[in-house]
Every structure is written in C-alpha cells, then in structure tokens.
Design a protein around this ligand. Sequence first.
Ligand SMILES: NC(=O)c1ccc[n+]([C@@H]2O[C@H](COP(=O)([O-])OP(=O)(O)OC[C@H]3O[C@@H](n4cnc5c(N)ncnc54)[C@H](OP(=O)(O)O)[C@@H]3O)[C@@H](O)[C@H]2O)c1
Length: 332
Amino acid sequence: MEHRRLGRSGLKISEIAYGNWITHGSQVEEDAARACVATALDEGITTFDTADVYAGTRAEEVVGRALAGVRRESVEICTKVYWPTGKGPNDSGLSRKHIMEAVAGSLRRLQTDHIDLYQAHRYDHETPLEETLRAFEDLVRQGKVLYIGVSEWRAAEIGDALRIADQMGFDRIVSNQPQYNMLWRVIETEVIPLCAKEGIGQIAWSPIAQGVLTGKYRPGSPPPAGSRATDPSGSGFIRHFLEEDVLTRVQQLAPIAAEAGLSLAQLAVAWTLQNPSVSAAIIGATRPEQVRENAKASGVRLSDSVLRRIDEILGPVVVRDPARTTSPPRRP
Ligand SMILES: NC(=O)c1ccc[n+]([C@@H]2O[C@H](COP(=O)([O-])OP(=O)(O)OC[C@H]3O[C@@H](n4cnc5c(N)ncnc54)[C@H](OP(=O)(O)O)[C@@H]3O)[C@@H](O)[C@H]2O)c1
C-alpha cells in the first residue's frame, strides 16, 4: 500500500482508505464489519473514514471497537460533523455548540482521545464561517483534533475558509472530501484547480460509484441479491447511477480492465488515484474479499491510451457540472 501526503500537510495517509458509510451498524453484521477492518489493516490500509451520522452514530462505534486493539499511532482516524445526530435545532450543522458536543460523542464512540482528521460534512449556510473555523481551531489547540478538512464544499466556500483562516491566524483546512469517480467528475473544473494551488488534498469518496463500476449491475437485469441496490439503507443513494445507458457503457470497460490485468473495481479505484490532487480514494465494502480486491489498485499506473479509451466509452454519461456540488440551504 502506498501512502500520500494529505495535501500540503505533513500527514501521510494510505492512498486507499476504508470507509464505513451504509455498511457498519446497518447493512452488515458486526463480525463482517470487523473482518473488513482486519483485512484493510492486513492490506496496509491505515486510514479509516467514518462520520457521526452514519447508521445514526453506530458506525463510529463499530469501527471504534474494530480498531480498539490497534496501535493508535499506526492508523489515521477520520470522522465528520454536520448532518443530524438528534432531532433538536442544535443537533446538526457547524455551530460552535454542535461542533463541541459532536466531537465529544465521536471521541467516545471511536474510543480515542484524538481524531486525526475532523471534517465538516457539508457547508453550513446558517452559521458564520468564522464561528465554525474558530471552533475547529479550538479543537486543534486542545489536541482533540489534529487536522481539519471539509466535504463537498464548493471552490468559493473553500476559498473563503482559507482567507478567513489566514486573516485570523488559524490552521488551514488541509483536505476536501468529494465524490470523485469515472462517472462523477464535478470537481475537475473548479474545486481541483483551487485546491491544487492552495495545497488542499482530495479524499475521494465512492471511487467505484457504490459498486456500479464493478460491472455487477447489468443492463436489463435486476440488481444482484445482497448488493447495495437491494439494501433499504443504500438503494436510494445508488439509484441515480442505475440507468441502462450507464450500465451498458460500464460493461464496455471490461476489455480495457482485462488488458490492463485489473478487475473493473480495480480499474475504477486506480482511475480515481491517477489524479495528482487526490490524496486517497475511500473504498467501502460489505465483504473482506472486496477490500482485498480493491486494495490491489494501489500503485497502479494507467496509460494515457487506457484513460482515453475510458473517456470515449463513458463520455456521454459522465457528470461534470460543478453546480452539482451543493450543501443544503438550511441545516437539515
Ligand atoms: N463525505 C461524504 O459525503 C461521503 C458520502 C459517501 C461516502 N463517503 C465515504 O466514502 C466511503 C466509500 O463510499 P462507498 O461505500 O460508496 O464506496 P465505493 O467503494 O464506491 O462502493 C462500495 C460498495 O461497492 C460494493 N463493492 C465494493 N467492492 C466490490 C467488489 N470488488 N465487487 C463487487 N462489489 C463491490 C459494496 O457494496 P455491496 O456489496 O453492498 O454491493 C461496497 O459497500 C464511505 O464509507 C464514506 O467513508 C463520504
């Protein structure tokens, strides 16, 4: 497993990270979750991504238990704050009150005294950015959080955060966590250029488009039993990729993967990692074999002709509109 610097920070993270959205505490049982984490560690993955909102806070508990016996210095634990963890008006967003209370809960559930990377899970239009950044800065000074990142922020929002941090003498955010895969490239025109200039690393989520880029969802066939598309907590999120045209074109990638000696899943993870602005691709998995397979994409270099052929096949179905990066206008 290769490691990359997280943007311009001194932190190294495994270029393939393991995340537990939809899976831990929800789609998969505890023993399968633990087996996936054990396999991730075995494959050299050191970076683990979760969020307080996943499975209504249970996902943090599961990964906390799974990593409990592991030497703390050997892993990077990343979590997030913003989406609701309760029904009250201050149980979501990026106010000082919610950030301070949320971090206490995350530290407890993760069984650790510090979070390596604490990420704003979306932009909060109802809280002044200065308030949010000062709360994060306080957590860094308290040693509860080592680095600050954001997720799905627009270029202008990231730019504002950098300007305020510089004016107020705060540590800068070091990362953004966007969706980025062969089918979803909305960060390429605005977010990546700004972040590359400012030294912000991308931690890309859903590198295999939630399973779609494995080719297992076939046009004209029902989704395979046990897959995310059949899971009550996952089906709503994957649905927009399950279009006949998308699925047909994904099947056409199979010979390209085979020629490169890769599975389709490995081709997809490797594609995300070809972008030098990407510090890591976060893979999800319901089974250890998936972790084992996908982790092998580390270190793979795709030739220009492979990248060109992928673009020729997928071109018409790739989503590129930067306006698709959005946060709710009001706190959820
Ligand atoms: N910041 C954000 O807003 C945000 C949003 C979403 C995700 N994330 C992060 O990104 C992580 C990864 O997201 P993701 O789970 O959507 O990533 P993904 O790697 O694109 O998809 C993972 C899913 O695809 C299927 N799969 C994986 N490998 C496979 C293989 N080799 N063969 C067949 N099926 C395979 C599995 O689902 P089935 O077996 O059920 O089909 C697995 O759970 C999350 O855990 C989270 O940490 C962040």
